[in-house]
Ligand binder design. Structure first.
Ligand code: G6Q
Length: 568
């Protein structure tokens, strides 16, 4: 047998062997039998009681399988887990990322109050502010056309090369805030090592008007450095009379690793910095946001930071009972740990938020996909849920069937904007109606009797109708949160993202795990290096299981034939 993943937990579990957990377990027995339709019928004030507003955002959590007692017990659990204490330690710069010995300070990057924040006795605010100023100076030059490329032309295309946390945040922001973008700049994101990705982008571009932003915290990531080298070769070979000196006009770096940036050939003057206390998936607020700053302008980026800061203040100061990230997190704990929900869907009803689900998949699953606690002890309860999603309106014509009539409990977050930037009242109203109808349908369902009446009204013959009945009834009782923005602006987007970051934080704190490391990505990276060597040398150098060896052999055989065919 393979050994357990962590040190076995011999003593009592600090989470499940506790009064708060046991009380929730007992409460679940009755709560799980309640239907939300009954809860709404009993309490006409339910929406009022279970919804909150934060600036221009409405958070409606009334369509959840909860009562006052549920919430009160969930807050007991939050208190028992000392979430507020950990929150304060994170904000103050304590090294709560214990496995890497690092502070977790993405909140300092958007600390618009400018109150000092200390890491190892150094106030980090001056260097954060200096970097923001540098980003402003550079982006103003590019956006105003003062930054001139090697051929004397201004920049019109930005290409961000990065992956994971150095890609998903900035790309999501650029797409979300596209209505705020500079009218004559385009932005593309290259992440995949599959050359199809970079090739499909480069083919549209001209070297003389393109600026590459190489975004990598470590500046050693294989995919990013390979793509950056391909971009450099494209620039040097495709641009006619260019020299290595011209690289400085078309390549800038965002990183924590100055040595590697220099080695790549980028002048440190063209380097934008951030620090090891910024986790990759939390780095969009740092210089990793440079491509968004170039595209959207510094003022919009500052508004994004301000929105996030406002949510930070809410998270730090609001009592648990009215604290939006806390409620969101604890509802997730309720369904994941007590109802056994395996996944949770994010369903934006705003086309510009189409990349948000992918962004949250990383933010949440890389943070809380852990099976040992902070002390390395094996965990005996479920942790991070599978986060997935897509644009809601498209999902309705695709996977919503399973949400409505499948066998699984899948809590959902609906995110909608009241006012679109594309002001077309017909489209807006149809979109809004769909969003509202879906949350209602998921909650209400449709009883046998209601279905029978509907079929009768449609004049369906009785014997046919009776056969269809079980297929056409909906059990309902599927929980959802509705997060409604007056409009998707830099500020509301900043608050929305920060809300999810804090939700993830609270869940990690309750589950007593380190949300800020990601050792799970290491193993695959190491094996890749070994297999690459075997592919490049065409030799078997390492032991593999028969499946991996078989796949490798098949790949090599067919690759060789392709190459042969190409040569012929
Ligand atoms: C995020 C992860 C990961 C990281 C990428 C890119 O928290 O650590 O997604 O962002 O692997 O890393 P670099 O920025 O170092 O290239």
């Amino acid at each position: 047998m393979r050994p357990l993943r962590g040190v076995p937990l011999n003593e009592k579990s600090p989470l499940t062997d506790t009064p708060a957990w046991r009380a929730l377990l007992a409460h679940h027995k009755t709560a799980s039998t309640l239907h939300m339709v009954e809860l709404f019928n009993k309490d006409p004030q339910r929406f009022k009681r279970y919804s909150l507003t934060f600036e221009d955002i409405l958070f409606d959590y009334s369509k959840n399988r909860i009562t006052d007692e549920t919430l009160s017990l969930l807050f007991d659990l939050t208190r028992q887990a000392k979430v507020e204490d950990l929150r304060d330690r994170m904000f103050s710069g304590e090294k709560i990322n214990n496995t890497e010995g690092r502070a977790v300070l993405h909140t300092a990057l958007r600390n618009r109050s400018n109150q000092p924040v200390f890491v190892d006795d150094e106030n980090v605010m001056p260097k954060i502010n200096a970097e923001l100023e540098k980003m402003r100076g550079f982006s103003d030059k590019v956006r105003s056309g003062q930054w001139i490329g090697y051929a004397g032309l201004p920049i019109t295309h930005i290409v961000n090369i990065g992956i994971g946390g150095s890609d998903l945040g900035p790309s999501m922001i650029c797409r979300a805030l596209q209505p705020y973008a500079h009218h004559s700049l385009t932005v593309d994101f290259v992440s995949n090592i599959d050359a199809s990705h970079i090739d499909q982008i480069l083919i549209k571009l001209r070297p003389e008007t393109t600026l590459f932003v190489i975004s990598s915290k470590t500046f050693t990531t294989q995919e990013t450095i390979t793509n950056a080298n391909t971009a450099k070769a494209w620039f040097l070979n495709g641009a006619g009379r260019v020299t290595h000196n011209d690289i400085s006009k078309h390549f800038v770096a965002v990183s924590t690793n100055e040595t590697a940036v220099k080695q790549f050939g980028i002048d440190p003057q063209n380097m934008f910095r951030f620090w090891d206390w910024v986790g990759g998936r939390y780095s969009l607020w740092s210089a990793i946001g440079l491509s968004s700053v170039l595209y959207l302008g510094m003022d919009n980026f500052i508004a994004l930071l301000e929105g996030a800061h406002a949510m930070d203040q809410h998270f730090c100061n609001e009592p648990l009972e009215t604290n939006i990230p806390v409620i969101l997190a604890m509802l997730g704990v309720w369904y994941g740990n007590f109802f056994g929900a395996e996944s949770s869907a994010v369903l934006p009803y705003d086309h510009n938020l189409r990349l948000l689900p992918a962004y949250l998949e990383q933010a949440d699953m890389e943070s809380n996909g852990k099976s040992v606690d902070k002390k390395g002890r094996q965990i005996n309860y479920s942790t991070g849920k599978i986060i997935w999603g897509a644009e809601g309106i498209n999902g309705q014509h695709a996977f919503y069937q399973l949400l409505h009539q499948g066998t699984r409990l899948i809590p959902t977050d609906f995110i909608a904007s009241v006012n679109s930037h594309q002001c077309n009242p017909t489209h807006c109203s149809i979109l809004a109606s769909n969003f509202l109808a879906q949350t209602e349908a998921l909650m209400r369902g449709r009883t046998l009797e209601e279905t029978r009446e509907q079929l009768a009204a449609a004049d369906i013959e009785l014997h046919k109708a009776e056969k269809r009945l079980p297929h056409m009834t909906f059990q309902g009782n599927q929980p959802s949160n509705s997060i409604v923005l007056k409009k998707l602006t830099p500020r509301t987007l900043g608050s929305l993202i920060a809300m999810y970051e804090h939700k993830i934080f609270v869940q990690g704190a309750v589950w007593n795990l380190n949300s800020y490391d990601q050792w799970g990505v290491e193993l695959g990276k190491n094996l890749t290096k070994k297999i690459l060597e075997e592919i490049e040398t065409n030799k078997n150098l390492h032991q593999h299981d028969s499946s991996t060896q078989g796949l490798l052999d098949w790949f090599r055989t067919h690759r060789t034939e392709e190459v042969k065919n190409n040569i012929e």
